[in-house]
Ligand binder design. Structure first.
Ligand code: FE2
Length: 256
């Protein structure tokens, strides 16, 4: 067997050292990129939570509303579209559904009684205003489905676009259910919250008119105790939103 000359063996040692150094470089830059990407995700998430907290701080009667509809919405989404329930845009859409209320005057938003026609007009603008607030953020493009369309009705009589049936984005149809359940079961300055059964009766009565019948049926199939537990969460007026468990955050824009 032919043995290597000292020069050949020296070359191989050098190659190995270069390869090791190269591998080390790749590993370091990969770790750096991972860290940077995590920092970016954390920043996006903090921004979403800050916006949600701003809405909660402005809207007096919704103590804990955002956490409840987010948690309840995720439960219903997992039952209806399990393959999309891990999409952070869905969670962000639920968290930011009423971000447009930032543009509604406090006197209207917190009026302790029924709104007059002009006040309703202002209130009804909040989905479009919310969509405008978020429109420039590419990683929230699909979350806009919820923000813009959560007050549409299955029969087309909702707002702002008057979309009908399956033309209404599914995420918004899902959200409309949990938003209504939370509204019915929550106390308001002018009335007491009602039990979950009353909310389910209203969903049944509105299936095919206000609500997607399939979403109502899916809500009825949810574990009643799990729903009750989520509805029991009554936060303070300025709740910490950190307890919200977010799915893996993807920075992908759906439009891309
Ligand atoms: Fe709303």
């Amino acid at each position: 067997m032919r043995s290597d000359s000292p020069t050949q063996s020296g070359h191989r040692d050098l190659e190995r050292a270069q390869l090791r150094a190269y591998a080390e470089d790749v590993r370091n830059s990969y770790t750096r990129e991972l860290r940077r990407s995590q920092e970016l995700k954390d920043t996006y998430l903090a921004t979403v939570k800050a916006l949600a907290a701003a809405v909660e701080a402005k809207d007096d009667c919704t103590g804990g509303h955002i956490q409840r509809v987010h948690a309840l919405g995720m439960l219903l989404a997992r039952a209806i579209v399990p393959e999309e329930a891990g999409d952070a845009q869905l969670a962000c859409g639920f968290l930011l559904h009423d971000v447009g209320k930032l543009a509604v005057p406090d006197a209207v938003l917190n009026k302790p009684g029924p709104l007059d026609a002009d006040e309703w007009e202002l209130m009804r603008q909040h989905p479009e205003k919310g969509a405008k607030i978020l429109a420039a953020i590419p990683f929230l493009d699909r979350a806009l489905d919820v923000v813009r369309h959560h007050h549409e009705r299955w029969d087309g009589a909702g707002y702002p676009a008057g979309l009908k049936g399956e033309d209404i984005p599914l995420w918004a149809r899902i959200f409309a259910i949990v938003d209504t359940v939370d509204a019915i079961t929550s106390d308001r300055p002018y009335r007491q919250g009602r039990p979950l059964e009353a909310a389910i009766d209203e969903l049944r009565a509105g299936a095919g008119a206000q609500f997607d019948p399939a979403c109502v049926a899916a809500f009825e199939r949810l574990d009643r105790e799990a729903v009750e537990r989520l509805l029991e969460h009554r936060g303070e007026r300025h709740p910490e939103l950190d307890e919200i468990a977010m799915p893996e955050f993807s920075l992908k824009s759906h439009a891309a």
